[in-house]
Design a protein around this ligand. Structure first.
Ligand SMILES: CCC[C@H](O)CC(=O)SCCNC(=O)CCNC(=O)[C@H](O)C(C)(C)COP(=O)([O-])OP(=O)([O-])OC[C@H]1O[C@@H](n2cnc3c(N)ncnc32)[C@H](O)[C@@H]1OP(=O)([O-])[O-]
Length: 661
């Protein structure tokens, strides 16, 4: 049972109230045994906690995921679970919303028995065996709370962890407060639980998180401009796959495939790189085997230097060095080496998938599968289709993503696809703010205070400043033939900040070199500290170029960076790169650390108010007429003119607009 019907949250709840129902079961004189066959989540687990005994099938999963919906368990879970398994374990489950396996639930004491047989049948037999046993000790709400001596410290640490998990998110903090009330008598604790739930239930954050829940499922119902979509396209079975290029991304992708039980040919051209990859991949798999406690055939993966093994695979994912010529050459080779029906996928994050398709004899079987680092952790997968990609190829890549535990989002091929395309104006504004007087830490703290997992400069240092540098060189924006560091340098007619290029030229590439926008404890360090060298560098740059620094507030940082990103999102919709704005929100929440409790960039724009977003962009565009990314998109203007319809109606206006053309 997956808990309360989330769809009911936006309308009056129907059916019997759960709390009195569970209390009545618990108080009853007949032993009630919960049989947990599949999922016991949220209200489902809370109902089971009100029963006197719990039997779970070995494949069952249990959890209280309410926090992921901006809520708290509100049918006694915050009061019964700490009594049953203690405060630390209960806090961990409730603050994270994570699911536990039946085996772990047995170890924790949540269930009384785990069975490989039909849980219902076992529960009936169990009920018969306890029919004469007294129930008084089985009523959790009557148990005294198990208050450890250091409970205050445990709660303080839980509060700090709750805050760290989602800066600005209300629900994790409320979870701690509700569990804290389990030190009181049950009825008083329940009053606190209900009070906190009432505060959260109608909150904008709860609505935003529930929007995220449904959005991540809606993107599975993908469609393409040519009318192909999820329910008229058939995915092919993937009996064996290959990963070519075993750098960081290739290794993560190979791990994903093996964990999904798909045999993998892991291929490199360099012996040393192959051996290094073998060691890393096998270590990652060993770790997953221990963590997941599942049987895994490590023999599923075969490391090789030889292309001949590629003949037997159904799908190839290349993750070689991000160089177009190299990838085109590889795709041309794959055309002749692989079986004619083999899908050829690229993990490129920036390069033109259409050009790769052209390099093959099967452009219809070429799609992008853009994983996000670390590939075996980040749930997002951008499936990039070209105008020639067949619906079957897209359906297969989307399906494979799901098998790998990813949320696959189908996007049309364009520079940067969706995530990186929207990121460009965001990063660009951050650079301009440095020129105008801000420091990297001022910009980052404003963005992180908003809730982003990492500010733009910390994120750049993590991924490596040379990544963006290579892209700008390829775009002809910088490099040996391009004049460097001139006043508000214009490139291709628009304002361009050379700051990142100048930093890279100094060999400051971020964490990997021990310095970038920040200073680290050494190459590979992670502790970002403000760097006096960067401050002096910025002051000198402004002096040389006659730039009068000014104090820049958090509001301007957020508006310039986030609204520029949102504006590009509207352009992505105008260009029909995706067919639904929820796709942009899913991409940013899952792939770029956008705070889920605000719904995602496009949902957030609706919450802020489209007229305000438009007005602020118009203001900044007047102040900075040489920055086209600040020019409000036509769709944003159109939506405001139409009275700012809700997000699920935006695409209708695009259809309406394009049908008028
Ligand atoms: C009084 C308060 C009591 C309590 O404390 C509050 C709660 O219980 S709060 C609730 C706490 N419970 C949770 O937070 C559990 C939320 N659910 C999940 O975590 C996963 O769905 C689950 C793990 C159950 C299955 O994963 P999977 O196998 O990958 O499958 P899937 O995920 O693709 O879902 C298939 C379809 O079912 C839909 N749907 C699913 N659950 C719900 C729901 N509760 N409601 C409505 N719909 C739901 C889902 O939208 C999708 O619809 P569609 O139209 O086909 O796209």
């Amino acid at each position: 049972m997956s808990g309360a019907d989330i769809r009911e949250f936006s309308r009056p709840m129907t059916g019997p109230a759960l709390v009195p129902l569970i209390d009545a079961i618990e108080a009853g004189e007949k032993p009630v045994v919960a049989a947990i066959e599949g999922m016991a989540l949220g209200g489902g687990l809370e109902l089971a906690l009100g029963c006197h005994y719990r039997i779970a099938h070995s494949k069952a999963q249990l959890g209280l995921p309410e926090v992921t919906l901006g809520l708290i368990p509100a049918a006694g879970g915050t009061q019964r679970l700490p009594r049953l398994i203690g405060f630390p374990a209960a806090l961990d489950m409730i603050i994270t919303g994570r699911r536990v396996s039946a085996g772990d639930a047995l170890k924790l004491g949540i269930v009384d028995q785990v069975t490989e047989r039909n849980a219902g049948e076992v529960a009936v037999a169990f009920a018969r065996s306890v029919v004469d046993c007294p129930l008084v000790s089985r009523r959790l709400s009557t148990w005294p709370p198990l208050c450890p001596a250091d409970l205050d410290n445990i709660l303080q640490m839980a509060l700090a962890r709750a805050w760290q998990r989602g800066r600005g998110a209300l629900a994790p903090v409320a979870c701690v407060q509700a569990v804290q009330a389990a030190r009181l008598p049950y009825s008083q604790g329940m009053q606190q639980e209900q009070k906190l739930m009432s505060m959260l239930f109608a909150s904008p954050q709860a609505r935003a998180l529930q929007y995220c829940f449904f959005s991540q499922r809606a993107v599975g119902k993908w469609s393409m401009p040519n009318g192909a979509c999820w329910d008229n396209s058939t995915a092919r079975p993937i009996r064996k796959a290959a990963v070519i290029g075993l750098g960081t991304m290739g290794r993560g992708i190979a791990v994903c495939l093996v964990l999904a039980g798909i045999p993998v040919i892991a291929m490199e051209t360099d012996e040393k790189q192959l051996e290094a990859a073998r060691r890393v991949v096998m270590a990652l798999l060993e770790k997953e085997v221990q963590k997941l406690a599942v049987g895994l055939h490590l023999g599923l993966i075969h490391f090789t230097l030889e292309q001949r093994y590629l003949r037997e695979v159904d799908l190839v994912i290349e993750a070689v060095f991000e160089d177009l010529a190299l990838k085109k050459q590889l795709f041309a080779e794959l055309s002749s080496v692989c079986h004619p029906d083999t899908l050829l996928c690229t993990n490129t994050s920036q390069l033109d998938v259409d050009q790769l398709a052209t390099a093959t004899s099967r452009p219809d079987l070429v799609v992008g599968m853009h994983f996000f680092a670390p590939a075996n952790k980040i749930k997002l997968l951008e499936v990039v289709f070209t105008s020639r990609s067949s619906p079957e190829a897209v359906a297969t890549a989307m399906q494979l993503g799901k098998w790998l535990g990813k949320v696959s989002v189908a996007v049309a091929n364009c520079p940067g696809f969706v995530g990186n395309r929207m990121l460009r104006p965001y990063v660009e504004q951050a650079g301009f703010l440095l020129e105008e007087g801000a420091t990297p830490e001022q910009v980052d703290s404003a963005l992180e205070h908003f809730g982003l997992a990492m500010g733009v400069f910390r994120m750049s240092d993590l991924s490596g400043l040379d990544v963006g540098w290579r892209v700008r060189k390829a775009a002809g924006l910088t490099g040996p033939g391009v004049p460097q560091g001139q006043l508000l340098q214009t490139q291709q007619g628009y304002r361009y900040s050379p700051l990142a290029d100048l930093i890279c030229q100094k060999g400051r590439l971020g964490q990997k070199t021990g310095c970038g926008w920040y200073l680290y404890e050494g190459p590979g360090g992670h502790m970002a500290r403000p760097d006096p060298w960067v401050h002096a560098f910025l002051e000198e740059y402004r002096r040389v170029h006659g730039l009068q620094p000014r104090s820049i507030g958090q509001q301007e940082v957020l508006e310039r960076c986030l609204f520029a990103l949102i504006n590009e999102g509207f352009r992505v919709l105008e260009d029909r790169i995706v067919m639904d704005p929820v796709a942009l929100d899913v991409i940013y929440v899952l792939g770029y650390g956008w705070p889920a409790h605000t719904g995602g960039p496009m949902y957030y724009a609706g919450e802020v108010g489209l007229p305000r977003v438009l007005g602020r962009l118009e203001y900044y565009q007047r102040v900075h007429p040489d920055i086209p990314h600040l020019r409000p998109s036509a769709l944003l203007r159109q939506l405001v003119a139409k009275g700012s319809p809700p997000i699920h109606k935006w695409m209708w206006h695009i259809e309406e607009g394009s049908s008028r053309l």
